[in-house]
Design a protein. Structure first.
Length: 302
């Protein structure tokens, strides 16, 4: 007789419930990077590549729109931008891409430029900003439409300006005439006085010429700004910046404006002034008031 098989009392182990694998890296979301604001119907189909070669598109919103790219928050979030903005190797190609898109837009219908790293959380949030500020943006377009920005930086070269100072300062000219006719001892004293007064005269004459140049060019421009005298290293060696002007010039007066620049160069370059003329640019300095961007955000992202 066969023995009946005993049932095993051992319980089969229960399979542990699988937990979802922990993500080692959180998936990055995209932000909406805004280059500038454009009018309704603007065509971006032939726009150049944007930051990091990202495609450039149009975010539409009624009477106005924005030219934008989608960028990763991991690279362009507030903390990432703050960390990298002091790195020229990181910042420079992005500044060039930002300017490239805006310059193209200015040439193909006009644009209200936005500062670099103007970011919204989503296109929906951007559209709300555009709708809320549409009237203000339309007035900005009226102010800058049909005009381009030009920059003029004027520098003084002290040695050259001092050599021609007699043409601008009668007192210095008189002292020099007296020195040339004086006895050796007296000449030494007069020449020392000329040298002392010459430094102040050079500064005063350069400031007077810079003001004259600015006022004459402003009369030809739709708008003009005298910007802070912030020198750029190596821009014009051995020279001191005396005028940093930005001019909004109607396109139908551009030749007149260029001719006026040329006349000032002919009059003053040989007498000690150096000129650095740039443009045309999008109207960077004429689309905001009080230092705020034309399209306002609450912070680096919105």
């Amino acid at each position: 007789m066969k023995k009946s098989a005993k049932k095993s009392t051992k319980k089969s182990p229960k399979k542990a419930a699988k937990k979802p694998a922990r993500k080692l890296v959180e998936q990055s979301r995209d932000l909406c990077y805004v280059y500038g604001v454009v009018r309704e119907g603007f065509d971006t189909s032939r726009a150049p590549a944007g930051l990091d070669d990202a495609p450039v598109a149009l975010a539409r919103s009624g009477r106005v729109g924005a030219i934008v790219s989608r960028v990763p928050e991991s690279v362009y979030g507030a903390s990432a931008v703050e960390e990298n903005s002091g790195d020229v190797a990181w910042l420079s190609p992005r500044a060039m891409a930002h300017d490239r898109v805006l310059t193209w837009a200015q040439e193909h219908g006009g644009v209200i430029p936005m500062p670099m790293f103007s970011l919204w959380r989503s296109e929906e949030a951007l559209n709300k900003s555009l709708v809320a500020q549409a009237s203000d943006l339309s007035r900005v377009f009226e102010r800058v439409s049909g005009a381009d920005e030009f920059g003029l930086r004027v520098y003084r070269r002290d040695a050259a300006l001092l050599a021609s100072i007699d043409d601008f300062d009668p007192e210095i000219a008189r002292l020099r005439r007296e020195a040339s006719a004086a006895s050796p001892g007296q000449r030494y004293l007069l020449e020392a006085k000329v040298a002392e007064k010459g430094k102040d005269a050079v500064r005063a004459v350069a400031q007077r010429m810079a003001k004259q140049i600015f006022e004459e060019l402003r009369a030809i421009s739709r708008d003009a700004l005298s910007r802070p005298l912030t020198p750029e290293a190596g821009r014009v060696p051995d020279a001191t910046l005396v005028l940093n002007g930005a001019f909004l010039v109607d396109r139908n007066r551009l030749e007149e404006f260029r001719a006026a620049i040329g006349a000032h160069v002919r009059d003053y370059q040989s007498r000690g002034l150096a000129f650095d003329f740039t443009g045309p640019w999008p109207p960077y300095n004429f689309v905001s008031r009080g230092g705020r961007a034309a399209l306002r955000t609450a912070g680096p992202t919105k």
